[in-house]
Design a protein around this ligand. Structure first.
Ligand code: HEM
Length: 246
């Protein structure tokens, strides 16, 4: 195929309404010029990161709406929008695997192109990290405190599968999916640069493991083990075997 011909039409002209509305003229020029790629994997590397930034922009924007609806205790909206966030997070995680089609050698070449850049500087990631504390405050104020509820009540002693419980489960789902992204990102790092590599800034990538263990809403995780421990105390840590006598 005539590579130059296809390069010349791939980025579009920007003259149609579709292109104008979606700003494809600029969008398709957000990547390096074809001639400037250091290798054949660099286009994929740039595109995956750019798409991830767009999903994170959508997630951040949606979390702002969710916070407004939490403060209005509009549970239907909260749940519907959390579904959008969750789907976007799953897409973010699934897309990481595309970069596993890149060889470690080619990654090393691309890494040089990034200069001192690091995923830690991602605007989308930094935005999302700052939001959960606000969501938690809105949830606690409007769904718990103002109704005389606590996490223990909605999960255990007054469990009724009510709105507060359903929203709490949406929060923990978001938390879990975000941790999944971090976990798969580490798997991608292992695949690309190895398990014990020092990152560009000299710190072991193992430090990223701390992020995987970080929970946005620890109270929602803790209630589970508290209930299990309480249940264990009531029923005995060592239980009778169900096969006794057989
Ligand atoms: C082969 C692909 C990738 C490799 C080898 C890689 C490697 C790394 C490394 C070594 C770090 C630790 C900080 C540093 O030294 O820069 C990091 C952080 C990060 N990377 Fe990646 N990365 C890859 C792809 C991606 C993609 C596609 C995203 C999409 C958003 C991403 C987002 C991030 C974020 C958000 C952080 C900060 C994580 C945190 O602080 O918990 N990375 N990455």
């Amino acid at each position: 195929m005539d590579r130059e011909y296809f390069y010349s039409i791939m980025n579009g002209t920007g003259k149609y309404d579709y292109e104008a509305y979606l700003n494809t003229y600029d969008l398709l020029r957000c990547q390096k010029e074809f001639a400037d790629f250091c290798n054949a994997d660099e286009l994929q590397f740039q595109i995956v990161h750019q798409i991830e930034e767009l999903w994170m922009k959508l997630i951040g924007y949606t979390l702002l709406d969710i916070d407004d609806y939490l403060r209005e205790t509009n549970t239907n909206r909260v749940i519907t929008l959390f579904r959008r966030v969750d789907v976007a997070l799953k897409l973010m995680t699934d897309q990481l695997v595309l970069l596993e089609t890149m060889s470690p050698k080619e990654y090393q070449e691309i890494r040089l192109q990034l200069g001192n850049g690091s995923g830690q500087e991602s605007p989308g990631f930094q935005t999302i990290l700052k939001m959960p504390q606000h969501l938690w405050k809105s949830f606690v104020t409007r769904y718990l405190d103002s109704k005389g509820l606590t996490i223990e009540k909605i999960y255990d002693v007054e469990y009724s599968h009510g709105d507060a419980y359903v929203v709490a489960e949406a929060l923990i789902e978001f938390d879990e999916l975000f941790q999944n992204f971090r976990y798969h990102h580490i798997q991608l790092i292992y695949r690309s640069i190895g398990m014990d590599a020092k990152s560009l800034k000299g710190r072991s990538v193992e430090l990223l493991r701390k992020g995987v263990d970080t929970r946005f809403f620890p109270d929602l995780w803790d209630i589970r083990h508290k209930m299990t421990d309480k249940w264990g105390t009531e029923y005995g840590v060592v239980r009778d075997s169900v096969s006794k006598g057989h």
